[in-house]
Design a protein around this ligand. Structure first.
Ligand code: SF4
Length: 441
């Protein structure tokens, strides 16, 4: 099954869809959307000696040249993953969450770790796992739900590809939880690794550095549907009869008009690539820690100080108030550290409230799908990729343009049933252990 998965999710598959579009009858084409991860962008930047902004623009130019219609940045969807993680942690800490959900919250953005947790430890770890979708899968919701509505397309008419630093993201995209029975389509149809994008460039005879940069694409929030347009909702066709976008756009999404205020459009994905403070695996620990310190204890934490434990891939952060440790977080990267963490949990000796767990030593910038340079020592290359990753402008997820509008208009408010369905997921214990793709344990 895993071999089938690799052939179904490869750059060759992307090429087949693009080729099929060229000969398809009018109206039968699929809209091809590519979402690029910031880790892949940094790896390609290192390979071609470019800065991250130029890399993002040139990559957009390349994908458009071969027949892709839209190119987005998964840093945008990560805003939702971080905000939902913050909210979830505070709720669990206060004991407001489902009684089945326990502390410590274990981050869930790494499918290598999730696969291990489900397959190796049965149902033991599931109550601890954060239910927040990874940036890849939030992007899946954005593209196949929000963007499909904007384009007046059903989700199966969009072919959504992500560019990721690891092979395990292919497994994540193929989880049944991210498959729409109504439309027989996945939120993410195909995952290509950074290395596979490099192969695609080679096969097309293109050097990224020589391409003319193209502007980055952005999603648009249009808060009111234009009168008279029709669109699909829940598999049925509805007329959108009321409201009008004052910016005069010709198309609008089927958004809930009760939430339409103010009555205008706004761009929600920055024209410059952006990122978040924190490490190359997304900065979950930093964001959740700083938010929890402020929200739960009224303490502003400007700078996070890590204390290494067993090694540089197992570190902790604490917050003290009146001489007591009130928050105790850790980052555990790589299999050995994960095993150690699980043993602590099983013995009832895990002191942490939150752990950012990642399967790869050094995290996603060092993922198995990233580019390797035979002439450059691995450590030196990783340092270069880390530097390029952190060169991009960072912004707080709550301040990112369009996020608040999308919560209001698309998700029907923070903490709504719709936000729960589109931004969260669930896990399933697998009794028999088996290995996962690309995990290097
Ligand atoms: Fe993939 Fe490794 Fe990142 Fe996990 S830590 S998401 S396996 S690159």
């Amino acid at each position: 099954a895993e071999t089938v998965l690799i052939t179904q999710q490869s750059h060759e598959e992307l090429r087949k869809v693009i080729d099929a579009n060229k000969t398809a009858a009018p109206g039968q084409q699929r809209l091809v959307v590519v979402s690029v991860s910031p880790q892949s962008r940094a790896s390609l930047a290192a390979q071609f000696g470019l800065n991250p902004t130029d890399t993002a623009r040139k990559l957009t130019a390349f994908f458009k040249k071969i027949g892709v219609h839209y190119v987005f940045d998964t840093s945008f969807s990560r805003n939702f993953s971080l905000l939902e993680s913050q909210r979830e942690f505070v709720q669990r800490f206060r004991g407001q969450a489902d009684s089945q959900q326990a502390l410590p919250v274990l981050a869930s953005a790494c499918p290598g770790w999730i696969c291990y947790a489900e397959k190796t430890h049965g149902s033991f770890l599931i109550p601890y796992l954060s239910t927040v979708r990874s940036p890849q899968q939030v992007m899946g919701s954005l593209v196949k739900d929000f963007f499909a509505q904007q384009q007046h397309l059903t989700p199966d008419r969009i072919y959504h590809v992500t560019v990721m630093p690891c092979y395990d993201k292919k497994l994540e995209a193929s989880r049944p939880d991210f498959f729409s029975q109504d439309y027989q389509t996945r939120d993410v149809d195909c995952v290509v690794t950074t290395g596979e994008v490099f192969k695609l460039l080679e096969e097309e005879g293109v050097s990224l550095s020589e391409l003319e940069p193209a502007p980055l694409d952005s999603l648009q929030v249009r808060v009111r549907p234009v009168a008279g347009l029709s669109a699909h909702r829940g598999g049925q066709v509805h007329d959108l009869a009321n409201g009008q976008c004052t910016d005069g756009h010709q198309s609008c999404p089927k958004l809930d008009t009760r939430l339409s205020s103010p009555n205008r459009c706004s761009s929600v994905s920055a024209q410059e690539p952006s990122s978040h403070r924190g490490g190359g695996s997304g900065g979950y620990l930093e964001h959740v820690f700083q938010h929890a310190a402020r929200e739960l204890f009224g303490i502003h934490v400007d700078e996070i100080t890590y204390r290494p434990l067993r090694n540089k891939d197992f570190q902790e952060v604490t917050l003290e108030k009146e001489g007591q440790i009130v928050l105790h977080f850790a980052a555990a990267y790589g299999f050995r550290n994960i095993q150690n963490l699980v043993q602590k949990l099983k013995r009832g000796r895990c002191p942490y409230h939150y752990v950012e767990v990642m399967a790869c030593p050094a995290g996603c910038l060092n993922g198995g799908g990233q580019l390797k340079a035979p002439s450059t020592p691995g450590k030196e290359l990783l340092q270069r990729v880390e530097t390029l990753y952190s060169m991009v402008r960072t912004e707080a997820p709550e301040d990112a343009p369009g996020i608040q509008e999308l919560y209001r208009c698309w998700l029907q408010g923070e903490g709504s049933e719709r936000a729960g369905r589109l931004l969260h997921t669930s896990y399933h214990a697998v009794e028999k252990a088996s290995s996962s793709l690309g995990i290097r344990w």
